[in-house]
Write a protein that binds this ligand. Sequence first.
Ligand code: AGP
Length: 604
Amino acid sequence: MCGIIGILGKTQAVPRMMEALKRLEYRGYDSAGVATVADGRLDRRRAPGKLSALEAVLADSPLAGLSGIGHTRWATHGEPTEANAHPHMTDRIAIVHNGIIENFRPLKDELLATGVRFEGETDTEVVARLLTRYLNEGLAPRDAFRKTLGRLEGAFALCVLISGDDDLMFGAREGSPLVVGLGDGENYLGSDAMALAGLSNRLIYLEEGDWAELKRGGLQVYDAAGNPVTRPVTLSQVAATMVDKGNHRHFMQKEIFEQPTVVAQALGRYLDPNEGTVRLPDMPFELADIPKVTLVACGTSYYAAQVARYWIEKIARVPVEVDIASEFRYRDPVYQAGGLAIFISQSGETADTLAALRHAKAAGQRIAALVNVMGSTMAREADLVLPIHAGPEIGVASTKAFTCQLSVLAAFAIKLGVARGLVDRAREADYVSELEQTPKLMARVLHNDGKMAEIARQIADARDILFVGRGIQFPIAMEGALKLKEISYIHAEGYAAGELKHGPIALIDEKVPVIGLAPKDELIDKTVSNLQEIMARKGRVVLISDNAEHEDGLLARFPMPPAGDLVAPILYAIPVQLLAYYTAVEKGTDVDQPRNLAKSVTVE
Ligand code: AGP
């Protein structure tokens, strides 16, 4: 999604804004721009494409000024052109925006009727022209900004500079996050803690409807009604150093390989190996009273939900409903009174998932958010937060967040089983001991990554690739397909292995690789026979398994260590991540920022 940075600084703003925009690249974008106020005059530089294009423009035509705003744009209204790139500017103001102004069309018609002319097609330019109109009518900047906000409908984070004053910046948050950073004689605005990581770790998260007036020496936050409010200052855990690749080629590679470490951290927050117990954060309800669990998410987080359903139903015998967030609230779901709805989201900002959370909350469900970003909107609106402690995840394709989500969900399922009297102390200790093995087993699998790079080279020319798994490996097959298609652009689908013969097997021929996920569990024989049906039709099968007995006819086998039902889905995420990564590298696609994608989709 779009990224925002604003600096009221004591030194030249552009260099630090460009650093902040680089930290925001992970959100996905297709144009960028910066604007400053220097000697009271607004000026800007914009460019379609990556930040390097903007850097070239700035090298050719530098931009001075101690105060500035910057933006990386993920196009919603209008092509990624220079004219549509932010900042938008008039003679009075410069503005950057993340979100969608839903009533931009009537506002644009109203302005056109007064003779206002527009440069581009964006909804943001309508805000710029409306604010300018109120300033031209003589309103003071604060009143003009507030009046403009009162006319807008939709989701927006805004950051505004006013010509003639380089010690004044406005920000507003309605549906898209915006964070104030506090400096020493400076102040900042950013889309998230990552944007501000190099500038400040003292943050104020604006709440829904909040807007703020910033000066170098201080700021005032107002609520939607215009009342001055005080919001808490939190210390950010995100250090600038966490947001670099180290000696890895891509952020995704770094994040795949740091999984043993971060999963160990995540488990360490939820398991007590000495006591052999699981510990969850304090919650405002009794787990034993939960009659039903609803899991809602998007993308990779949705596949984590699918895995969790197997664990929760098998261990805790609580019925679980899983749904894709963008479908959930539109089907008018039937809630069970007293039910717990868990929303899974790495960013904690995904618009579809947030909308579903608010729908379930309005229906009186108990709400939990399983997130990686503690200051996120979902974390703030839930009754219970289950942090996944994965650390900043920069690669658009989610990897370490997924295995940390699974780790926490496994711990939750065990605790729910304990609460319902179905898991005694000895069984709980066994589960804890099994989960504790996960980081070590992950490291063993990662050690064999060269084998997966070799397999990637064998399949990188395919047009279609299937992933198949049974039982709890079925969601991992779907996740593997998503990983592969989103970064290599090869069409891939995940199927239940038993489902292939009901149609998809028609796709099989010698050009179609099939990735079979088959740990040695009670389903292995059935899965292997499904794979043999595929090989009988010349399908090129890659077997990912700890079972070495079935090698004949395989295109390749990726050996796995033995793992139980709790650990296997977490462990089998690694080879499919590696396969996706090395296939994308082989194809030369943009691994960390795949085309058309954004790290956090904050529009519906
Ligand atoms: C995963 O690799 C994708 N980037 C995408 O499917 C992502 O999982 C989805 O957009 C949900 O994001 P969230 O976890 O931040 O809500």
